[in-house]
Design a protein around this ligand. Structure first.
Ligand SMILES: Nc1ncnc2c1ncn2[C@@H]1O[C@H](COP(=O)(O)OP(=O)(O)OP(=O)(O)O)[C@@H](O)[C@H]1O
Length: 305
C-alpha cells in the first residue's frame, strides 16, 4: 500500500503536558482520511507539523514519499492545505484573491476558472469576499489550496461553522477530489458524523495519542453489536462456546460477552441443547457514534491497522 502521509513516533509536547506523542499516521494514497478527535486532542498540532509550520521534538514525516526534514521543498511541493480559517483579502473578489496566488505560482489563468468550478464558486467569482458566506469563504480557501494541482490536500476542520447544506456540499467536493482528480485528502473533524459518510479511512486522536487507525469498515466492525449472555453455568457455557468457535469472555461474574458469528437464536438453541439455562441473551447497544466516544474517552484502544 502506497502511503501519501506516513509519520513515525511523531511527538511535539507543549507546557502542561499538551501536544501529541508517538503518532504513527498511515494515510493511504487515494484515500479520504478522516482525522478525528475531540477539541484539543492535537489534530491541528499534527497538521501544523505535517506542513512544517512547527517542528517536532522527535519523529519522522514522509509526504508523498519525501522526507520532510531532509527536503522540505520536495515534500511540500504537491501538498495543498487549509489550516484554520483561510487568509483572504475581504475587499477583493474571489477571482482577485486567486489571481494573486496564481501570479505567485506562475500558473495559467485557466487554472482559476478550473478551481472556481471545482468548488462551485464560478457564479460568485466577481463578488467581494466580504459579502461571501462562511461556507463560500471556506470553499475559496480550498480553491486556493487546489490551485497548484496538489496530490495531497490537508484540510483542518473545513466543516467548522457550516450548516447541513454546506456540509453536504463539502462532502461531495471531497469525494470528487478523490475520485475524479485522484487527490488524497486528509480532513480533520471533531465530529464522526461529519466525515463518516465520506471517509474511506479514519484515525482517531485523543489526548495527543492515536487510538485507532484503519478503514471505516474496520471501525464499523468494532461497532458490531456483541451478544451479552447471562446463564446458570457461565463457565461451562463459555467452554461450549469456545468449542463452537465463538469468542466469549466474561463481562462480569455471571455475564459473557460474545463476538458472535452465529445468530442469537442458534446460540440459544445449542446452549439449551447442552442443558444450559439461559436468563438473558441480547445484543449490546453499540453504535459507531458510541464507539467513537469510547475511543475518545480515557480507555485506550489499540490500533487496528
Ligand atoms: N503553541 C502552543 N503552545 C502551548 N500549547 C499549545 C500550543 N499549540 C497547541 N497547544 C495545546 O495543545 C493541545 C492540542 O491543541 P490542538 O489545537 O492541536 O488541538 P485540536 O485537536 O486541533 O483541537 P481544536 O479542534 O480545538 O483545534 C491543546 O491543549 C492546545 O491548547
Amino acid at each position: 500500500m502506497t502511503l501519501a502521509i506516513q509519520t513515525t513516533a511523531l511527538t511535539r509536547q507543549f507546557a502542561g503536558g499538551h501536544g501529541i506523542r508517538d503518532v504513527a499516521l498511515a494515510v493511504p494514497a487515494g484515500s479520504i482520511y478522516g482525522f478525528l478527535g475531540p477539541n484539543g486532542a492535537g489534530k491541528t498540532t499534527t497538521i501544523r507539523l505535517l506542513l512544517d509550520l512547527i517542528q517536532p521534538d522527535r519523529g519522522e514525516i514522509l509526504l508523498l514519499g519525501q522526507t520532510l526534514r531532509r527536503d522540505r521543498r520536495a515534500a511540500l511541493a504537491e501538498v495543498g492545505a487549509l489550516v484554520e480559517s483561510p487568509s483572504l483579502y475581504p475587499h477583493l473578489s474571489g477571482w482577485e484573491n486567486l489571481e494573486i496566488a496564481r501570479r505567485l505560482l506562475a500558473l495559467p489563468v485557466e487554472r482559476i476558472i478550473e478551481v472556481l468550478a471545482r468548488v462551485d464558486l464560478a457564479d460568485a467569482a466577481h463578488r467581494r469576499v466580504r459579502d461571501y458566506s462562511l461556507g463560500m469563504r471556506q470553499r475559496l480557501g480550498i480553491a486556493l489550496a487546489l490551485l497548484p494541482r496538489p496530490k495531497l490536500l490537508v484540510l483542518d476542520e473545513p466543516g467548522n461553522g457550516l450548516d447541513p447544506a454546506g456540509l453536504q456540499d463539502l462532502r461531495r467536493m471531497l469525494r470528487e477530489f478523490a475520485r475524479r482528480d485522484g487527490i488524497t485528502v486528509l480532513v480533520s473533524s471533531h465530529q464522526l458524523a461529519e466525515v463518516e459518510q465520506v471517509a474511506t479511512h479514519v484515525g482517531v486522536l485523543t489526548a495527543g495519542r492515536l487510538r485507532f487507525q484503519g478503514t471505516l469498515a474496520q471501525l464499523r466492525e468494532r461497532a458490531r453489536p456483541q451478544l451479552l449472555l447471562r446463564c446458570d453455568q457461565p463457565a461451562r457455557a463459555r467452554q461450549l462456546l469456545l468449542e463452537m468457535g465463538e469468542q466469549a469472555a466474561f463481562a462480569s461474574d455471571d455475564t459473557l460477552r460474545l463476538a458472535s458469528t452465529l445468530p442469537a437464536e442458534e446460540i440459544n438453541r445449542r446452549l439449551v441443547g447442552q442443558g444450559i439455562g439461559i436468563r438473558h441473551l441480547a445484543h449490546e447497544d453499540v453504535t459507531l457514534e458510541s464507539l467513537f466516544f469510547a475511543l475518545t474517552g480515557d480507555d485506550a484502544v489499540e490500533q487496528a491497522a
